[in-house]
Design a protein around this ligand. Structure first.
Ligand SMILES: Nc1nc2c(ncn2[C@@H]2O[C@H](COP(=O)(O)OP(=O)(O)OP(=O)(O)O)[C@@H](O)[C@H]2O)c(=O)[nH]1
Ligand SMILES: [Mg+2]
Length: 223
């Protein structure tokens, strides 16, 4: 008898993810699984997003890291509801970890819940968490060929945020080439260029969020 351990693990994970998504739907949460390699700028994006959405949509965060509560502490300074999950050694979040986090966050007070995954360009893309959309960030210091070398995350994502475009002039990153590579892997991918430092592109990102929220719930943002 042959047991395919990875298939079994992923199937079990997917069942728990479906249960999580039912809880999110009941609370009218749009849920995004935000992935990238370490340091691409995920937490900085969430700091900026909390500010940009103020008075419109209420942001909440589940932050996943291998160690430390630093990301949660950063986000609490912006008065965002946030739960920190520390995985110890696991290089990604799984659906079960999200189930554990749920009692610690008041979903009734959240419109958009972003799950900041562990910084890693590979494993997080394999595990569903109960999200509506997977989204990812690639920063311009990482290289424009990354969609071809690490295709799974680009294939699984609905949106690619290309961050740190303020640094473009200091790198050999070719924006056009990066987008062509990403669309070779996933022709349906939405792509937005941003700089969390200068704020460029942040309105396009919040408008993407608004559209997806309205698409799910059929209502205008609570502005
Ligand atoms: N120049 C520049 N720096 C940025 C930008 N966005 C983020 N950074 C910097 O990049 C570094 C990493 O940002 P974080 O937000 O901690 O990245 P992260 O993806 O959350 O990192 P992990 O959670 O460790 O995976 C910080 O020093 C940020 O200030 C940007 O648009 N431009
Ligand atoms: Mg972070």
């Amino acid at each position: 008898m042959k047991i395919n351990v990875m298939t079994d693990i992923l199937e079990a994970n997917d069942r728990i993810a479906v249960d999580n998504s039912k809880v999110f739907d009941k609370h009218r949460n749009l849920v995004l699984n935000l992935m990238s390699s370490p340091g691409a700028g995920k937490t900085t994006l969430l700091e900026k997003t909390g500010e940009a959405l103020k008075g419109k949509l209420r942001l909440g965060v589940i932050a996943g890291d291998i160690e430390t509560t630093r990301d949660a502490e950063r986000l609490r300074k912006y008065k965002l509801p946030v739960v920190q999950l520390t995985t110890g050694s696991a290089c990604h979040l799984d659906a079960n970890m999200i189930t554990y986090a749920l009692p610690h966050i008041d979903l009734k007070k959240i419109d958009i819940l972003v799950i900041e995954n562990v910084g890693n360009l590979v494993c997080p893309a394999e595990f569903k968490l109960g999200e509506d959309y997977k989204i990812m960030m690639l920063s311009v210091t990482e290289g424009d060929e990354k969609p071809l070398k690490y295709p799974l995350m680009f294939r699984e994502s609905s949106l690619l945020l290309i961050n740190k475009i303020d640094l473009l002039k200091y790198t050999n990153f070719n924006l056009k080439e990066a987008k062509a590579n990403a669309r070779r892997v996933n022709p349906d991918l939405d792509i937005i260029d941003i700089s969390c430092t200068t704020g460029e592109g942040i309105p396009d990102w919040t408008s993407w969020l608004n559209q997806r929220y309205q698409k799910k719930f059929g209502t205008k943002a609570r502005a």
